[in-house]
Ligand binder design. Structure first.
Ligand code: UD1
Length: 422
């Protein structure tokens, strides 16, 4: 397993280009399975999760050609012949569960492994299953697998309310409904940009979806969807991560290019409360660090609220603020595995229930740290760039799942990150 050796503190200066969104790309890849003809997706990031999901899709007999050099991917489902996603692959990435909706939509039946545990605590899929059942899909659970089948070619559909709102369940149910339900109404649907983008691609393919971008989606069956050429969007979480990284060192000033600022929801509003300078011009975001970071308490919410995928990075930023703040995660209650590691670097963080209190400002000192998930890992990288001396970040594979060329991008902007093959 590779590790990073990071020497700090270093300021970030210059330009960083933003890659295509990981979380948006996965539903688009699943949607391509519903087309009669091949689809070409562009702005697909070269990431481990994308490669894993490609493997999951290939298992069905679908042909995928990922032209990594230009971030485009051709998906030809015409040879799809197996309606299964095995545990061996699904356990590596929960989003593989999107195959349930995609295969139900395409073939009318699917056998998908249940995703199993997760480093953030329980992450159930009950809403996915209840939603499908409410549509009329027959669901059986057997030895860790979900077997799903349509009792007839077309289902009536009906209505289902997500409580809580879930990105994954929304994606899965949309994929299952577009070719199969006469009229399916999904209430409290996720409004995250990833869901909106999926709906736009499906509409381009020929789907009938009303209420895109709102909490109520009305989906009416169409008989045929065509393959399309469709562009993924820039990664809003990568954008937020680098904005936060740039705010941490008083000499940092960076320009992020190729962004989609309107996908950031309320995040920029929280960000400027720290005193950081923010300038948004078209797809470019310029960030200048504040001389003194003001403590800003946040609570994660569904979109457009503060994203849970930026809470670890925010708590890390708050170690450098002059004063105390609290970060509360109301989406995932147990997403604080990074806290003991940040404390090893000299942070003063205390977790109580689903909140962490951060007493700033701490002088961070390099140390060896390890992490358990993607956003926790990148937070440790941000912290190590601010820490005095050398840090070792173990288990870099988490970062390779979700940040394209992380060390190259940061090193070009002045960081000192060395990847060591272990
Ligand atoms: C997606 C993102 C993840 C992000 C999360 C919240 C991908 C691949 N992952 O995950 O990065 O942190 O959205 O923005 O896009 N829930 C249930 N039952 C279910 C499904 C969800 O109770 O069947 C709950 C979850 O426990 C959680 C909440 O709903 O408390 C939201 O989870 P959800 O939006 O489903 O997250 P994911 O789609 O798994």
């Amino acid at each position: 397993m590779d590790k990073f050796i990071i020497t700090g503190p270093t300021a970030l200066r210059g330009e960083i280009s933003i890659s295509g969104s990981k979380n948006a790309a996965l539903p688009l890849m699943a949607a391509a399975l519903l087309g009669e003809t091949p689809s070409t997706l562009t702005l697909i990031p070269r990431l481990k999760d994308i490669l894993t999901f490609s493997e999951v899709i290939r298992e069905t007999g679908t042909a995928i050609d990922f032209m990594e050099q230009n971030n485009s991917m051709l998906i030809d489902p015409s040879t799809l012949s197996r309606n299964e996603a095995p545990y061996e692959l699904v356990r590596r990435m929960r989003a593989s569960f999107y195959m349930l909706g995609a295969l139900l939509g395409r073939s009318g039946n699917a056998r998908i492994s249940l995703p199993g545990g997760c480093a953030w605590g329980p992450r159930p899929v009950d809403l996915h299953l209840k939603g499908f059942e409410s549509m009329g899909v027959k669901i059986d659970l057997d030895t860790g697998y979900v077997s799903a089948a349509l009792p007839s070619e077309t289902l009536e559909g009906g209505e289902f309310t997500l409580n809580p709102s879930s990105v994954g369940a929304t994606v899965n149910l949309i994929l299952g409904a577009v070719k199969r339900t006469r009229r399916f109404v999904l209430k409290n649907a996720a409004r995250e940009p990833d869901v909106v983008l999926l709906c736009r691609m499906l509409v381009k393919m020929g789907a009938d979806i009303e209420g895109i971008g709102t909490g109520t989606l009305v989906i009416r069956k169409v008989d045929k969807l065509d393959g399309v050429t469709f562009s993924n969007d820039p990664d809003r979480i990568e954008t937020g991560t680098y904005m936060i990284a740039a705010a941490m060192h008083p000499d940092s000033e960076i320009t992020l290019t190729g962004c989609k600022p309107e996908d950031l929801g309320e995040f920029p509003g929280w960000f400027i409360k720290t005193g950081a300078e923010l300038e948004i011009i078209g797809s470019t975001i310029r960030v200048k660090a504040p001389e003194v970071i003001r403590p800003v308490s946040v609570k994660t919410k569904i979109y457009p609220g503060f994203p849970t995928d930026l809470q670890a990075q925010w708590a890390t930023l708050m170690t450098q603020a002059e004063g105390s703040s609290t970060v509360t995660d109301s989406v995932y209650f147990d997403r604080f595995s990074y806290v003991p590691e940040l404390n090893r670097l000299g942070g003063k963080l205390r977790v109580k229930n689903n909140s962490v209190t951060i007493d700033g400002r701490s002088r961070l000192q390099g140390a060896a740290v390890m992490s358990t998930d993607l956003r926790a890992s990148v937070s440790l990288v941000n912290a190590a760039m601010c820490a005095h001396g050398q840090s070792e970040i173990l288990r870099v594979y988490h970062l390779d799942r979700g940040y394209e060329q992380l060390e190259k991008k940061l090193n070009r902007a002045g960081a000192s990150i060395l990847r060591v093959k272990d």
